[in-house]
Design a protein around this ligand. Sequence first.
Ligand SMILES: Cc1cc2nc3c(=O)[nH]c(=O)nc-3n(C[C@H](O)[C@H](O)[C@H](O)COP(=O)(O)OP(=O)(O)OC[C@H]3O[C@@H](n4cnc5c(N)ncnc54)[C@H](O)[C@@H]3O)c2cc1C
Length: 259
Amino acid sequence: MSKVGSPENPLRVAIIGAGPAGFYTASSLLKRKDLCVQTDMFDGLPSPFGLVRTGVAPDHQKYKSVIRAYDKRAQTPDYRFYGCVEFGRHIELPDLKEHYHQVVFTTGAQTDRSMGIPGEDLAGSHSATDFVAWYNGHPDFVDYQFDFSQTRAAVVGLGNVALDVARILCRTKAELLRTDMADYAIEVQMDRIARELEMDPLELRMINAYRDGDMKAIRKKVTGAALVETMRAAAELAGHALPAGYDGMSSKHRDENHG
Ligand SMILES: Cc1cc2nc3c(=O)[nH]c(=O)nc-3n(C[C@H](O)[C@H](O)[C@H](O)COP(=O)(O)OP(=O)(O)OC[C@H]3O[C@@H](n4cnc5c(N)ncnc54)[C@H](O)[C@@H]3O)c2cc1C
């Protein structure tokens, strides 16, 4: 038989998971000049792109534009996508081994990590994974229920996902209509959360939690009364204290009001 990787006997690779890791794997294989490769990508969801579609905030279109590069790479006869095929349910390793020379798993991190703190499982306490998947229209999360009759929300954490959630909670319905958030999420939504505070990146920097790269993502003003409490609680949990005199207003407004 001819050598694996030759035009007569291409290297056949199954990639499980159509998120960024899957696409970079396919891309790097398909770029090889010395190998003739055929890639088949399988995903449990009907559509590709993983968390770029169902994780990245709906108002961050720029980050989602990476999909265009993946899409371009997919426009080759040596790449095929099979949606609604879940590994472990519809296909198993022995099935794949029969048809492929290599199998690559790029299934990401699908579950959230429990924090192990009292009250974590009470009604009204949700993981960002669930909330973000719900407002991004992930098919497995469309029936989840969140209580938007409340006017205050606490977000525990200081990472970019915490900021995404806080920012989305503070956006007006009109603003959300310009994003690709799921229609049902915009409908039930978040317009009822109070918005009294302005916060600028400087304050986030002051609590020593953000790298410069993250600042760009939140350079737009974030408003909302909920955010003061969010930042206070999160800062305390992270072992930081909010600056003395912190009142939730941007430094510009503080100067105007107290100067
Ligand atoms: C809320 C949130 C916001 C984020 N914001 C940003 C951001 O602004 N900028 C940024 O750069 N990164 C952001 N990230 C991180 C980024 O989305 C991830 O780093 C990236 O998507 C990880 O890629 P991945 O391919 O490893 O996994 P994923 O994107 O999770 O893709 C894995 C794929 O595997 C599929 N899969 C899982 N199990 C199976 C199975 N058994 N069978 C078949 N298919 C399966 C899933 O359906 C999914 O499509 C964010 C993440 C989250 C959660």
